[in-house]
Design a protein around this ligand. Structure first.
Ligand code: URA
Length: 206
């Protein structure tokens, strides 16, 4: 993948000696001690911060860790993650090319949906990740990610196929890999969304 375009300028916050990875590590350490959502802090095995290229052009945002992620401490490592890996490979990328995070850094018990309060409590951490990685593109996987990042109540069916903006990033919303596992027919629109994204990046996915 061609390297990220830079604007040439740097804000005061960026003008430090620390690398993006070091800055992410500082936030990850704070997250690992977070008890803002008491129920989640009481039931998690560990927090699941994020993984991947700290200077990625593309950032993926999912919903929240599931049981596998809670056990392993990494986003998207269960069945949905395996499907996400296949999508990444089909885009001729590797997981390590992308930065991957979730709306919530803790597993909601029983994999229930994150509450609005939990998402609000965790937002500072996601926003810090977005600020540090500074991706050109963000992909929201599923309606929980789209709703929370963009403050929208639209369905993915309505939101997909176009770009939204979040800060400097172009945001694309598409179906969650877990939804694809239950509804394989939705793989086609997801592939169209990937083609749309990569065309905008100047890369033709055939
Ligand atoms: N689903 C998500 O949204 N995120 C994960 O990390 C795993 C499954």
């Amino acid at each position: 993948m061609p390297p990220k375009r830079t604007t040439g300028g740097s804000t005061a916050a960026q003008a430090t000696d620390s690398t993006p990875q070091q800055r992410l590590d500082v936030i990850a350490e704070a997250v690992s001690r977070c008890v803002r959502c008491q129920e989640l802090a009481d039931t998690r095995t560990q927090t699941v911060f994020g993984v991947g290229n700290p200077e990625a052009r593309i950032m993926f945002v999912g919903e929240a860790p599931g049981a596998d992620e809670d056990r392993q401490g990494e986003p998207f490592v269960g069945r949905a993650g395996q499907l996400l890996n296949k999508i990444i490979e089909a885009c001729k990328l590797q997981r390590s090319d992308i930065y991957i995070a979730n709306i919530l850094k803790c597993r909601p018990p029983g994999n229930r949906n994150p509450s609005d309060t939990e998402a609000a409590n965790c937002r500072e951490y996601l926003d810090a990740q977005i600020r540090i990685v500074s991706p050109e593109y963000i992909v929201c996987w599923g309606s929980i990610a789209a709703k929370n990042l963009l403050n929208s109540d639209e369905t993915i069916g309505k939101m997909r196929g176009k770009f939204y903006e979040y800060g400097q990033a172009k945001v694309l919303c598409t179906y969650h890999p877990s939804y694809l596992l239950r509804n394989p027919a939705a793989k086609k629109p997801v592939w169209e969304d990937m083609q749309f994204l990569f065309k905008d990046m100047g890369i033709d996915l055939v």
